[in-house]
Design a protein around this ligand. Structure first.
Ligand code: ASP
Length: 425
């Protein structure tokens, strides 16, 4: 069985066993030894530890891998002036796909009216989040101290610094060549480490999902069923209809092959709910399974994991309409346009870690004058939606990487079309 199959089995087992455990733990008559074993020993002990170690093992690779791989990609560019064009195309595609995502979300939310008749009993404990002003988001792109940027995992700053170093290496003649070769070697070594760590994924995924489902299940659904279904519907349409259409239309490549090869990375994204933690896996998928050359993948993937959040924009679109309906406030046409624009910016400002989409939702709500307390209504079911939207987020990053690579002649089509390329056992 290949790795994807193993991860899937682990996931299903974790969801089923975790949910049974949650039911058992809620039973007041449960025998105290069994309670101790299920709660303290397993879900709060062994599996919690396993899940945390798994996420840590992915996260530890993100900064070194992004830095090394991007320096490598840039310093080996034969024509550095193409960098501007390449990044322009990538960013434009990221913005366009996010625009489509949020429009789709608004359309579905106005059709299905998820917030109508919702009971607005608010959580008294809830403090509305404070989102970072957009100007700060932009100023923050430029590093003042590269070591601090790396230590804090500030992805955009690491990207900017790597780009600068890469360009300089490319222009430094023999010196640059020597150091470029070192970066190449490091890149191979780090990629090998990604492959090695991915072998543990079935166990890691089991631990993460078991703990989650044993502790909170899928949350209090109640009135939120239509909201959840609307978000999930929009995510599915975007992931399985919009992306394949764009991929086919712009690159002519097979959407089936693309989706098939995405499965592993999507499962990682789903289990960790973090685009950033998934970067090593996405990068490996795009390069080794789809044949995208490092000079495109090393830039597009980490940038996408930081600024391209189509799934998050979808949640924010549906949530905005939901909150407006729940509070019986009307949104005008101008409000809808404002929502589209701010959700695009908010998705840029959303870090690729669990739950941040809900924080930047505050930006969108503020723009159209909706009460921030509305966020309390949907917080209970956000984790499961976060997992799903993160899978869409990284699918978008990969799709754009493939499209840009095809347009730049930077993809090995034999690898892309070979279903077994880069597959792990
Ligand atoms: N968890 C999402 C991601 O990492 C961000 C969010 O929507 O909260 O892509």
């Amino acid at each position: 069985m290949n790795l994807t199959g193993k991860i899937l089995i682990a996931m299903i087992a974790a969801v089923v066993l975790g949910s049974i455990t949650q039911q058992l733990l809620q039973n007041p008559d449960l025998n105290s030894t069994l309670h101790y074993v299920l709660n303290d020993l397993l879900s709060q002990g062994l599996f919690l530890l396993g899940g945390k170690l798994f996420v840590a093992s992915l996260k530890v690779l993100v900064v070194p891998l992004v830095f090394v791989s991007l320096v490598c990609g840039v310093c080996h560019l034969r024509d550095q002036s193409s960098l501007g064009w390449l990044s322009g195309k990538t960013i434009a595609l990221y913005l366009i796909t996010t625009g489509v995502a949020i429009s789709l979300a608004l359309l579905l939310a106005t059709l299905f009216r998820p917030g109508e008749g919702v009971n607005m009993a608010l959580d008294a404990e809830f403090k509305p989040p404070v989102a970072m002003p957009l100007i700060d988001v932009l100023v923050n792109i430029f590093p003042t101290n590269p070591i601090a940027a790396m230590a804090q995992g500030n992805m955009l700053q690491v990207i900017v610094f790597a780009l600068l170093i890469g360009v300089a290496i490319g222009r430094s003649g023999d010196h640059g060549e020597r150091i470029g070769a070192h970066f190449n070697d490091w890149n191979e070594v780090l990629m090998k480490l990604v492959t090695m760590l991915m072998q543990f994924a079935p166990y890691g995924v089991f631990c993460l999902l078991f703990t989650l489902f044993a502790q909170q299940g899928i949350g209090k659904v109640g009135d939120l069923l239509v909201y959840m279904l609307t978000v999930i519907g929009a995510l599915l349409i975007h992931g399985f209809v919009v992306y394949p259409l764009i991929l086919k239309g712009l690159s002519g490549l097979s959407p089936w092959m693309f989706l098939r090869k995405m499965r592993n990375a999507q499962l990682f994204a789903f289990s960790t709910a973090s685009s950033t933690a998934t970067v090593p896996v996405t990068l490996r998928t795009v390069e080794e399974r789809m044949g995208v050359k490092n000079r495109v993948a090393s830039f597009a993937v980490p940038l996408g994991a930081t600024i391209n959040m189509d799934g998050t924009a979808i949640m924010q679109g549906v949530a905005t309409v939901f909150i407006a309906q729940a509070f019986q406030l009307d949104l005008s046409m101008t409000d809808y346009l404002l929502v589209i624009m701010t959700a695009m910016l908010a998705s840029i400002g959303t870090a690729g870690v669990p739950g941040v989409g809900l924080v930047t939702l505050a930006l969108v709500l503020q723009q159209v004058g909706l009460p921030l307390e509305g966020i309390a209504l949907i917080i209970g079911v956000d984790r499961i939606l976060d997992m799903m939207r993160t899978a869409v987020n990284i699918t978008g990053d990969s799709m754009v990487s493939v499209v840009v690579a095809k347009s730049e002649n930077a993809i090995d089509l034999d690898t892309f079309n070979n279903p077994k390329a880069g597959e792990q056992a």
